[in-house]
Design a protein. Sequence first.
Lengths: 274, 328
Amino acid sequence: MLDAGRTEETLLEVNNIEVIYNHVILVLKGVSLSVPKGGITALLGGNGAGKTTTLKAISNLLKSERGEVTKGSITYRGERVQDLAPTDLVKKGVIQVMEGRHCFEHLTVEENLLTGAYTRGASKADIDADLELVYSYFPRLEERRRSQAGYTSGGEQQMLAIGRALMSRPETILLDEPSMGLAPQLVEEIFNIVKTLNENEGATFLLAEQNTNVALRFANYGYILESGRVVMDGPADDLRENPDVKEFYLGMSEEGRRSFRDVRSYRRRKRWLS
Amino acid sequence: MPEQFIWGIEVFLNGLMTGVLYSLVALGFVLIFKASGIFNFAQGVMALFAALTLVGIMEGQVPFSHLINATFGTEIHHFGWHVPAWLAIILTMGVMVLLAWLVNKLIFQHLVNQPPIILFMAAIGLAYFLEGLGDMMWGADIKELDVGLPQGINTTIDEVTYNLFGYGFFIDNLDLWATGIAAVLVAALVIFAQYSKHGRAMRAVADDHQAALSVGISLKFIWIMVWSLAGFVALVAGIMWGTKSGVQFSLSLIALKALPVLMLGGFTSIPGAIVGGLIIGVGEKLFEFIVGPLVGGATENWFAYVLALIFLVFRPQGLFGEKIIERV
């Protein structure tokens, strides 16, 4: 992994991509974003906005769901990656932690972690050292190393999914909805670990999250997606102060509840009114 | 000791030996089912195909000779050489790996994420295609297979039991070998699945395709590997059955016997396939021996299925099947 600290170098560029499922369902209608090295970039938006699809387009897991990037380009370190198999992307250092954890239920916690090192031709000593590293971040996993992953709690499974990804020694982690179905306290814990990993190990994160409040507190930069388009983007602090974001995503408003009839701009309001 | 009891022991032992062969076929099923969720109806035919190919290579038979002769009016049947058994086995294994690759490339790779029934239909189609291909390549006649495994009554067991009970057990040497080889095969497969990197990846794929893809496991590679392993198991089963009763097309029917074995042992458990096979083998022989005379015989045909039915009602995941993990 790389040195800590956010730099100006861009690792991942998504350029105006369009994604179609099953040859008919248009899900992404031109999404562009860039992920700087060493940063935490958040991808925000409601249900069905296209967050997961964007992540899967990058990690190339779309094909197994009959989805396809039909327009635009995805580059990693300046190199076109959208035709690579997921295996090759993992070898390049891009790994996705999928929404809903997706642990291997019948494998033990430790075996789950070991599958993360599948693409590496590393020696046993290296892998053991990495196991120790993962356990140092997630001590609860060490306590449960011998139990079947299917019997661990939701929080532990989320930790396991992140730990498993770490075992591939990634440069960039695509983290999909880490807060899903977890108690607020656990969400906080997971995000703190993400922040620590980002600072100590220099891992770059692109995280998709519905929980805008938490995500914007931990991220450096945010993109807001609505029905397959980026409708707003900016540094996390700016987004947090933006009155529209406050109203629609953070549930705060300066003048109490406003009537939607008075609201000017953007797309989603129109959709609500029509 | 009463005679009946001693005969019973002999029947039990012979049942055990038959069971080993059921287990071998069931093992192939389990491997593929675990890793890809495909119920490989073609496993029995694969054993037949492997045995046919093995005999063909050993005898120096020209593949597709009937077709060639009919088309070009030639009269070729043999290359005129004989290949030693060990080399023929290696070559046949090569053919099975090629088959594994083709099956994935041409059929199952295009059916990723399809419902199980579609995969099942594809497997049935594959079974019939493979049966026809075997017929066309090597001819439909019954062939003798002899790879040098010892056959005939084991005289030591005969003598020892004669001295003990005054009645010599008839145990075939081939059955003893089959048991030994199956035991080694199973142990090797279990160790492979449990402790090796690719074995772990195989189990991971069995649990969750998408997650396996996301950590960089290549499904294509794992599936070809699993089909090759199943091909290898089929080859071993084919050799055993072929040596025992000749290589003939009824061999593909033992695939049906593997079904009750799987229901008993559980579709996802390697040890389950083995124990299930042994229980069915012993059960049907003992049942025939004890109950058969009372009902006029022929119980071997249905015993296994009735047993499977009972299991489906009371323990649908089988003896060793993975319990469906449900968190509350």
